[in-house]
Ligand binder design. Structure first.
Ligand SMILES: Cc1cc2nc3c(=O)[nH]c(=O)nc-3n(C[C@H](O)[C@H](O)[C@H](O)COP(=O)(O)OP(=O)(O)OC[C@H]3O[C@@H](n4cnc5c(N)ncnc54)[C@H](O)[C@@H]3O)c2cc1C
Ligand code: SF4
Length: 473
């Protein structure tokens, strides 16, 4: 524990965000960085609790009090080594993790939590700057070959761990670039893609082979792949989006959120999108259906594209509003109203509204018919949705983005051809060793867990790798 009175004497200080009028004109990162001196002081607020609830709440089981202590002492190298002992990519989680650790920080009971997430990012940035993170290829190769399918955080963490053990790892990715949703999902204003390239370069120099433009199960035979390698890890994410099959769904101008966000990510990387396929918000009334984080990412993207108006609609009731960092459900992540930087940039938010139908003219969407709903418990205690008569309203929209969550991994190509067992949600079933119903095949990330978080994907990639290593040994 760096400073025994730190939590009493020092207030939480966040790095803060770029001014709104500045940031909405580009896709640069919104969050700023704090100077090293302040950062060390912030780490000194950690109380090194007897039971570190932050550690318990972190999905990748980061040893938080230990690296806060090293950070407070200015021991950046020791801090990054501790971070890397549980988390392959703290530069990503340090920026985009919703930080359940901070909701669980004991200081949250009556003060503001330690800036755990920001401290994590700061340690990693210093470590890259000072050359503490550099390629360290394994000294010995085992001769075993592993294929990882999918290059999101789960696939990358799995590949990194297995490569460190000396196995020869090839990552197959169907897109034209590596990173999964880190690359072609999460907007650049939350995660700058140079950071993905920076880490990728380290992994390449450590000996991992990356093959892009390879859709396994389509242009690469999955059975031959399984035959050829000693083990295979499937980390293909949960790409099937939830649709809204109401009247008018076929109208032009209604798109899945990911089709929209992917295009902007690609544009930011200098790629041209053919005009016929372009989904753009400029001068349009935009409606985002779905009140979650992906919806919020659509809001921020539409703001930067120059939308005329943006409305985000959620079918569930408005969550509880709290002051600042208060967490009424400590140590759990409280179900409280979350206002993101994208929301601050300009959008109207509606809760408890259901979409009855899409309206259109000349085959293009012009609006939506909404109705207010209430949620009541039925006899079995299940929440039931009921329309409130007389609350119908029409909303103008020339662009509608469906951000209603993801259902499961794509079944066609890999899962069906290998006849892998899936659960009732169509996620890949594994045993406790991350092994699927095919003995040589393992699974990790959203394809196994259902749509979740980057930090959960990293953790499951690591777990799959540990079990593959045991299997190969
Ligand atoms: C818009 C958006 C914003 C998000 N924001 C956040 C956030 O701020 N914080 C957070 O923690 N989480 C966020 N998430 C969730 C997080 O991104 C995912 O949970 C995480 O990326 C899952 O990792 P994964 O490796 O399992 O899958 P993915 O990241 O989905 O990667 C799967 C990869 O597999 C590839 N693939 C699929 N099929 C094949 C095939 N047949 N052959 C070869 N390659 C294939 C895909 O192209 C993809 O690159 C967000 C999700 C979305 C959609
Ligand atoms: S990975 Fe997320 S939960 Fe874990 S310490 Fe970092 S910010 Fe907190």
């Amino acid at each position: 524990m760096g400073d025994p009175r730190g939590f009493l004497n020092i207030e939480r200080k966040e790095a803060g965000n770029r001014p709104l009028q500045d940031r909405i004109h580009d896709f640069g990162e919104v969050e700023q960085t704090l100077n090293s001196a302040d950062r060390k002081l912030q780490a000194g607020r950690c109380m090194d609790c007897g039971i570190p609830f932050c550690h318990w709440a972190c999905p990748v089981i980061n040893v938080i009090p230990e690296w806060q202590d090293e950070l407070h002492k200015g021991e950046w190298k020791k801090a990054i080594d501790l971070l890397h002992s549980t988390n392959n990519f703290p530069e990503f989680t340090g920026r985009i993790c919703p930080a359940p650790c901070e909701y669980a920080c004991v200081l949250t009971i009556d003060k503001s939590p330690v800036t755990i997430r920001e401290n994590e990012a700061a340690i990693t940035e210093m470590a890259f700057r000072e050359g503490y993170i550099k390629p360290q290829p394994p000294v010995r190769r085992t001769g075993k070959m592993v294929a990882v399918i999918g290059s999101g955080p789960a696939g990358l963490a799995c590949a990194d761990q297995l490569n460190k053990e000396g196995h020869l790892v090839t990552v197959y990715e169907k897109e034209d670039a590596i990173g999964g949703l880190l690359r072609y999902g999460i907007p650049d204003f939350k995660l700058n893609k140079d950071l993905v390239d920076r880490r990728l370069q380290v992994l390449i120099e450590e000996g991992i082979d990356f093959q892009t433009g390879m859709e396994v199960g389509n242009n690469l035979n999955i059975k031959e792949l399984v035959e050829h390698y000693d083990a295979v890890c499937i980390a293909i994410g949960a790409e099937d989006p939830r649709d809204l099959p109401v009247n008018g769904r076929e109208l032009e101008g209604i798109h899945f959120a990911m089709d929209y966000l992917r295009q902007q990510n690609k544009t930011n990387q200098g790629q041209d999108i053919a005009y016929d396929y372009l989904i753009h918000a400029r001068d349009k009334n935009v409606v985002v259906l779905g009140g979650g984080d992906t919806g919020s990412d659509c809001v921020g993207t539409a703001v930067r594209q120059g939308a005329k108006s943006i409305t985000q609609i959620e079918i569930l009731p408005k969550p509880r509003v709290v002051n600042g960092k208060e967490n009424p459900e400590w140590p759990y992540m409280g179900k409280v109203l979350k206002t993101t930087t994208s929301h601050e940039e300009g959008c109207e938010r509606l809760w408890s509204f259901s979409t009855r139908k899409f309206l259109g003219e000349m085959r293009a969407v012009t609006g939506l018919e909404l109705v207010e709903v209430e949620w009541v418990k039925d006899e079995s205690g299940r929440m039931d949705m009921k329309e409130i008569p007389g609350t119908e309203k029409i909303l103008e929209a020339e662009l509608v983005l469906l951000s209603l969550g993801f259902l499961n991994p794509v079944q066609k190509g890999i899962i069906d051809k290998l006849e892998l067992n899936v659960n009732n949600r169509k996620n890949i079933v594994t045993d406790n060793h991350f092994q699927t119903s095919h003995p040589k095949v393992f699974a990790a990330g959203d394809a196994r867990n259902g749509a979740s978080l980057v930090v959960t994907a990293i953790y499951s990639g690591r777990q799959a790798a540990e079990n593959i290593h045991k299997f190969l040994s």
